[in-house]
Ligand binder design. Structure first.
Ligand code: PRX
Length: 646
């Protein structure tokens, strides 16, 4: 399978923005002359004051500093809305598809302009100004996009928190960036079930005294608590303000947003993205990777709570004047045919989703797909985790009827946009490979000793030079930024991913090499789940690792040592799962808990996770060097009591 190459269809090579020759030529230029290349492509967005400096970046661990277009000024919201008004004011900007198939809406660029201006004025009236941090905790409704763009319009920095996170996780993120305004909805709606967003916010705010106002969008009309003086209804406020709100002039390097993401240690970190470079990169990748042409209907199924929603539902597509579809629901509601029915209903041309969804829908059978038409589809995309060749082939043959190229896009919250990907008119596809670098991206593979590997090889993936969409710092903790990304390999950005490069120079991402696990395409730090577990009064110690999971890609496997006197039981197992779920959110729920009388440790007391990973993966015969174990009997016990042995 790995040798299969699916060539670029002839019509694609003809009509796409770039064919293979153009890719080669543009890529060469982008790495030989980054200044010239980006000076030219930076112009794809509108600047208030044009930049004269293009690239000013250093990966030197003593002085990591990343600046692009640094003397230019712009407004991101004006780029996503105002500049399209003359030519495409009446074109649909956002197609909204509700959780209930009977619920939908279309918002034109002109309507988007009015909504965002009013929303921005509401925020201003509440005292928000340039540089303030505003937390957004919303369901997938157009108001989520309005809120982000309203922040961008007035120069406030948004921090979107995924609606599936718990009150505690929300509180941590509000405190982490000192937000004094939170934007939420009464309730969300997913798969027919209500998500108590306002109630969660109220709970979180008990720990966040700095929050002065909560702006509430009415989505379901459900019963909610209300704090007079603090809480305001968006619909009331919108009517009371003007529809005119001139965009704030922002420097290219002024922050646009913070997005919290899990790392291998400690609590989630606030990834900071700035305005100019981010928008250039998000819009350019959206344009070339999805080969977006005027009139196309484009659908990315992500949630705006993740970076994919930021770059490829909101900023990239809207900067390009696209029609972007926003879906409130879930893939299997009312049935597992929903995605394909939505494609037919809205005549979707470009469809971008995650392998976990593809695997789950594959399990639901071909009939649900085949009963839909899908003839509008032209291009398919995948993101978030490695896609196994079997799921790739199903996506290609069954969903795409063998007609649609698949762009398997590798990137990260930190990278702002897609770094390794096929271009549909240029790149022959290999199922399971993210293929080749995008313009300006210089990947390299390193071994554990810091040597660069050449030719066909496997190693740790680094990027050797900056690109405009790169994160600039960890909010409030530049040292952590330097430590996490620039200290492993000197002068290089370390991605945390393992990767293989084949003889054709194609890249195959193999997954995380650090203590981050990828559950259904969502990043989870093992340390976060561990600290939640040990906070339970009956737990003495916990170690968490990933293990292969058919649908989720990786599942969460927790080894738990109880306090002396406590006895393992099915009830306690359920209690611990519920505990983590409540503490962090459903995405952090352990899939398997193994009771561990002891954990394998070195004589200096360090937990040997490598061994725990192997046991979780059922690789007992290949435990590696166990000679440094303080008590080798611990390992035998763990193997004997392996949780899900047949
Ligand atoms: O391990 C890689 C995996 O997801 C990680 C980044 O997660 P996050 O910051 O949440 O962003 C996800 C959406 C961009 C990466 O370090 N990953 C992402 N895309 C792919 C992938 N692994 C393999 N193939 C991909 N296409």
């Amino acid at each position: 399978m790995q040798d299969t190459v699916i060539p670029v269809p002839e019509d694609w090579a003809r009509r796409a923005y770039v064919d293979d020759a153009a890719y080669q030529q543009m890529y060469r230029r982008s790495v030989d002359d980054p200044e010239g290349f980006w000076a030219e492509h930076g112009k794809r967005i509108d600047w208030i004051r044009p930049y004269s400096r293009v690239k000013n970046t250093s990966y030197d661990p003593h002085d990591v500093s990343i600046k692009w277009f640094e003397d230019g000024t712009l407004n991101v919201a004006a780029n996503c809305i105002d500049r399209h008004l003359e030519e495409r004011g009446d074109q649909v900007a956002i197609i909204w598809e509700g959780d209930d198939p009977a619920d939908d809406a279309k918002i034109t660029y002109r309507e988007l302009h009015e909504k965002v201006c009013r929303f921005a004025n509401v925020l201003k009236k509440l005292g928000a100004k340039k540089g303030d941090r505003i937390t957004i905790y919303m369901p997938m409704i157009p108001e989520a996009a309005y809120a982000m763009l309203a922040c961008a319009r007035i120069g406030a920095i948004h921090s979107v928190v995924f609606g599936g996170f718990s009150p505690d996780s929300l509180a941590g993120r509000i405190q982490g960036c000192d937000s004094n305004i939170v934007i939420t909805a009464d309730e969300g709606l997913r798969g027919g079930r209500k998500v108590p967003l306002k109630a969660n916010t109220d709970e979180a705010l008990k720990k966040c005294p700095t929050v002065k106002n909560v702006v509430v969008v009415r989505r379901t009309g459900g019963d909610i608590g209300w704090e007079e003086g603090r809480d305001v209804w968006l619909h009331d406020e919108m009517q009371a303000v003007s529809a005119d709100c001139p965009p704030e002039e922002m420097n290219a390097e002024d922050p646009l947003f913070i997005l919290y993401t899990s790392g291998s240690t400690g609590q989630p970190k606030g990834v900071l993205h700035t305005s100019g470079g981010y928008l250039v990169y998000a819009s350019m990748t959206h344009h070339y990777v999805f080969d977006y042409h005027d009139g196309d209907v484009y659908w990315c199924t992500a949630d705006v709570g993740w970076v994919t929603g930021h770059s490829y539902i909101v900023y990239g597509p809207l900067a390009n004047g696209a029609t972007t579809l926003m879906f409130e629901g879930v893939p299997n509601y009312p049935t597992a045919a929903r995605f394909w029915e939505v494609c037919d209903k809205h005549k979707v041309n470009i469809f971008y989703t995650a392998p976990t969804a593809i695997r789950a829908l594959m399990g639901a059978g071909d009939d649900l797909v085949k009963k839909t038409d899908r003839s509008s589809l032209r291009l398919l995309g995948s993101v978030g985790e490695p896609i196994n060749p079997e799921a790739w082939m199903w996506y290609y043959n069954v969903v795409g009827d063998g007609r649609c190229p698949i762009v398997d896009t590798w990137w990260q919250t930190e990278t702002g946009g897609i770094l390794i990907t096929p271009l549909p008119g240029a790149t022959g596809l290999k199922p399971g490979s993210a293929t080749r670098p995008f313009f300006g991206i210089q990947p390299a593979l390193m071994d554990g000793e810091g040597n660069e590997l050449t030719g066909a090889a496997s190693g740790n993936l680094v990027i050797t030079d900056s690109w405009p969409g790169q994160m600039r710092t960890v909010y409030g903790d530049h040292e952590r930024f330097v430590q996490t990304y620039f200290s492993t390999y000197k002068g290089m950005y370390f991605t945390g991913d393992g990767c293989r490069r084949d003889e054709d120079g194609y890249y195959w991402i193999t997954g995380r090499v650090d203590d981050v696990i990828n559950v259904s395409g969502h990043r989870m730090g093992t340390a976060e789940v561990e600290s939640s577990l040990v906070a339970h009064p009956k737990v003495s110690e916990a170690a968490v690792v990933g293990y292969p999971h058919d649908i989720k890609g990786q599942g969460i496997y927790a080894y738990v040592t109880l306090m002396s006197g406590e006895t393992p039981s099915e009830d306690l197992r359920k209690e611990l799962v519920a505990w983590v779920r409540k503490d962090i959110g459903p995405i952090a729920s352990p899939d398997l808990i193994q009771w561990a009388p002891g954990l394998p440790k070195t004589r200096s007391g360090k937990i040997m996770r490598r061994i725990l990973r192997k046991i979780a993966e059922d690789e007992f015969s290949n435990l590696g060097d166990t000679s440094t174990l303080a008590d080798p009997a611990v390992v035998d016990d763990l193997i004997d009591n392996r949780q899900n042995r047949a």
